[in-house]
Write a protein that binds this ligand. Structure first.
Ligand code: OOG
Ligand code: NI
Length: 272
């Protein structure tokens, strides 16, 4: 599979899950903007056959290289940033939940999900947009995970796929700032993640980011209960040159910590 095929499939799955992404994409295209992806992000459990180390080979096979690790103590997550084989391809952010930091009860729920995975399915790159590799959990299990980790609850129903694509504001012609882009996105009637402020990061940390609030969709839990749940979101990023005049390639942990909350069930439309 070529890198272009990989991202085409990933995008198709993402927009099927995230109608707002196609709307946002098309609105900027209609204004004559070129859409270049800054990065995409994946989430997983550090349990069963889908740990970060199990999924990483698919990125390496496409020519990605490990760049930098990140840790999110309060959210019980660790992550890696990956650099693409060429500058015109998106970076990748891959995180995993440190399951042993959850209660025994929550760990048992997660173990029950990952035990259903056919390990062979994880060996092909299609696993990166395979979605749930287990039966839908019950609403009770979802809520129990939610008590301890929004990320765990989200992953238990959404599964493996791009949780967001990110438009590079650097490549825009008529928009200079992330705030201008967010204002346009809001004019489409979409909500913005205001946790930690609408704009995360500053020119000083060489990365400014903003994101939508995830789309909502009905989800059928085990037993047939249907509830509205957050799916995926869209992000906008502007990078700056470092002291050596080289474009910053990393992520910023303090900003990423707030970007994760774009899929929070409680919504993060409130500024903090
Ligand atoms: C990833 C959040 C971090 C960024 O740009 O800092 C991130 C996620 O929501 O899984 O993408
Ligand atoms: Ni991101």
């Amino acid at each position: 599979m070529t890198i272009d095929q990989f991202f085409a499939k990933l995008w198709d799955d993402y927009i099927a899950m995230t109608p707002q992404a196609q709307r946002i994409h098309d609105a900027f295209v209609a204004e004559g903007e070129a859409i270049v992806n800054d990065h995409v992000a994946f989430r997983t459990f550090d349990r069963g056959p889908i740990t970060l180390s199990d999924l990483e080979p698919h990125l390496l096979a496409l020519g990605y290289t490990r760049f930098e690790p990140y840790e999110f103590e309060a959210k019980k997550l660790r992550a890696y940033g990956y650099l693409p084989p060429s500058d015109d391809q998106p970076r990748v952010f891959l995180s995993e939940l440190m399951c042993d930091r959850l209660s025994d009860a929550a760990q048992r729920i997660i173990d029950g999900l990952v035990a259903q995975i056919d390990a062979d399915e994880v060996k092909t790159p299609e696993v990166m947009w395979a979605g749930r590799l287990w039966q839908a959990p019950s609403f009770e299990d979802y809520q129990a995970l939610m008590e301890e980790s929004e990320y765990a609850a989200w992953l238990s129903i959404i599964g493996l796929r791009a949780n967001h694509f990110t438009i590079s504001v650097n490549q825009f012609k008529t928009y200079d700032s992330v705030e201008q882009v967010l204002t346009k996105v809001e004019s489409l009637g979409l909500g913005i993640n205001a946790s930690g402020g609408r704009i995360k990061g500053t020119p000083e940390v060489l990365l400014e980011q903003g994101s939508t609030l995830a789309d909502r969709a009905p989800f059928t839990f085990a037993g047939g209960q249907v509830e509205e749940i957050p799916t995926c979101y869209y992000e906008f990023a502007k990078r700056y040159d470092d002291a050596n005049g080289k474009l910053y390639q990393g992520f910023v942990a303090a900003s990423a910590d707030k970007i994760f909350e774009s899929t929070d069930i409680r919504g993060v439309a409130h500024a903090e």
